[in-house]
Ligand binder design. Structure first.
Ligand code: MG
Length: 255
């Protein structure tokens, strides 16, 4: 900005060549569009972009699952292994955070099984449910055709990902999500939809799309009013055989 200033000043002086221009007055004019507050908080980045920054809430770091419970409030059935990885236990149900969140930045790492079982939607299916109801699909979409609005990186049944950024089965994958919570009028009607931006393995797959409502397997998505903050849930896709996905390194920054 400083380097550009003399040119700007010169240009301003030239354009006012016929007039007498006080440089101090120009500086004062320029100051009128300087914004000094608020000063952004200093945040120390992690060693890699996957490491939690200093102000993140750690939801899972391999040590315990204290941040999570089942949707009925009881202890989760998913298990941490010796490597500190959280594994879905088939049929044990969704897990969700005890803390509630609205707009957020979320980082989550996931892995579908190395041994391929099932196909299409029954191959590594899980899901990140923002506010417990808006699903970013988790699926093994490496050479696994399915309906594109249900593949990895899709907003399930709503938005096809811009690209298929999937890694191979058994490899760790990342989602970096920027989510803006929806807003409702006091009568429960929608004031502003939710928005979501998603990087899958560092690659943009959803660019600020307006979510259409609650994720539905059957029928059209529709909004139903809910709290300004709700738990973050992760899907156990149930009794299908090919979905024992794994998770690690989950952190969130409320916005
Ligand atoms: Mg799913």
């Amino acid at each position: 900005m400083l380097a550009a200033f003399p040119l700007l000043l010169l240009s301003a002086l030239n354009s006012n060549a016929q007039k007498k221009v006080d440089p101090d007055s120009l500086v004062n004019e320029a100051k009128k569009t300087e914004v000094w507050e608020p000063v952004p908080a200093v945040v120390t980045p992690g060693k890699t972009n996957a490491d939690a920054p200093s102000d993140a809430i750690i939801l899972f770091n391999g040590k315990n699952t204290n941040a999570f419970q089942k949707t009925d409030g009881t202890a989760i059935g998913w298990k941490i292994d010796q490597l500190g990885i959280l594994n879905v236990v088939k049929g044990s149900g969704y897990i969700q955070t005890k803390e509630v969140f609205g707009s957020c930045q979320l980082h989550i790492e996931w892995r579908t099984p190395l041994a391929i079982a099932g196909s299409g939607q029954t191959r590594g299916n899980s899901g990140i449910f923002l506010m417990g109801r808006y699903e970013l699909q988790v699926l093994d979409s490496y050479n696994n055709p399915t309906y594109p609005n249900g593949q990895a990186g899709s907003i399930y049944k709503q938005f096809i990902p811009l690209v298929n950024a999937s890694r191979k089965p058994g490899e760790w994958q990342t989602y970096d999500i920027i989510f803006t919570a929806p807003q409702f009028f006091s009568d429960g009607t929608l004031q502003q939809p939710a928005y979501i931006t998603v990087l899958h393995n560092g690659i943009l797959v959803q660019n600020h799309v307006a979510i259409k409502g609650n994720t539905e397997w059957i029928g059209a998505a529709a909004y139903k009013a809910h709290n300004a903050k709700e738990p973050l849930a992760i899907q156990d896709h149930g009794l299908d055989g090919g979905n024992p996905d794994s998770f690690r390194n989950i952190w969130i920054r409320p916005l």
